[in-house]
Ligand binder design. Structure first.
Ligand SMILES: [Zn+2]
Length: 176
């Protein structure tokens, strides 16, 4: 069965853990699930590099057999992004998503302890500071991933035409 989401690779999970440990000590006790999205998602004509959500009670309940008390957050990363982006961009994406997590340790109920906050504007002020060496990194990353999706679509079309692939499997045409 082919589903839209899959488990992230061990390397990706390690990177997520490293980012969490380095920048977000307040999330040390949170149960966080990380998944790859195999389908391109756009919002307002911009490719979505990653997203994070706090599961509703229904999803939380379903995940209890896997993890005690269920997941507090689910982070979803574009799989093509993981395949083609440099590590530093993945760090930026993961850090951005964690920035949406708001932890209120005063709350006893973990449903209320782990909340989601929106951006300060389009990003977070902390991220502007950390990314000042490459302020346009996200549109660059988005364009690259769009190109790879396009290329893979063309490759699949060619393959379907005569049954034999004419090119390698979905390599990006341009990496800038
Ligand atoms: Zn965001």
């Amino acid at each position: 069965m082919k589903l839209r989401f899959e488990e992230v690779s061990p390397e990706c999970q390690t990177l997520v853990n490293d980012v969490r440990k380095k920048y977000f000590p307040e999330l040390a006790q949170a149960n966080i699930k990380v998944l790859f999205d195999l389908k391109k998602t756009s919002r307002r004509k911009r490719l979505v590099l990653g997203r994070i959500m706090s599961p509703n009670e229904f999803i939380r309940y379903l995940t209890i057999p896997e993890i005690d008390e269920g997941y507090d957050y689910v982070m979803i990363l574009d799989k093509v992004g993981w395949e083609v982006l440099p590590r530093e961009d993945m760090v930026r994406i993961i850090r951005h998503e964690f920035r949406h997590c708001y932890v209120d340790i005063e709350k006893e109920d973990r449903k209320q302890m782990y909340a989601i906050v929106d951006h300060d504007y389009q990003d977070f002020y902390e991220e502007i500071e950390l990314n000042k060496d490459d302020p346009h990194w996200s549109s660059r990353a988005g364009t690259l991933i769009e190109d790879v999706y396009e290329q893979r679509k063309e490759d699949a079309k060619e393959k379907a035409d005569d049954g034999t692939p004419k090119r390698g499997p979905g390599r990006p045409r341009t990496i800038k």
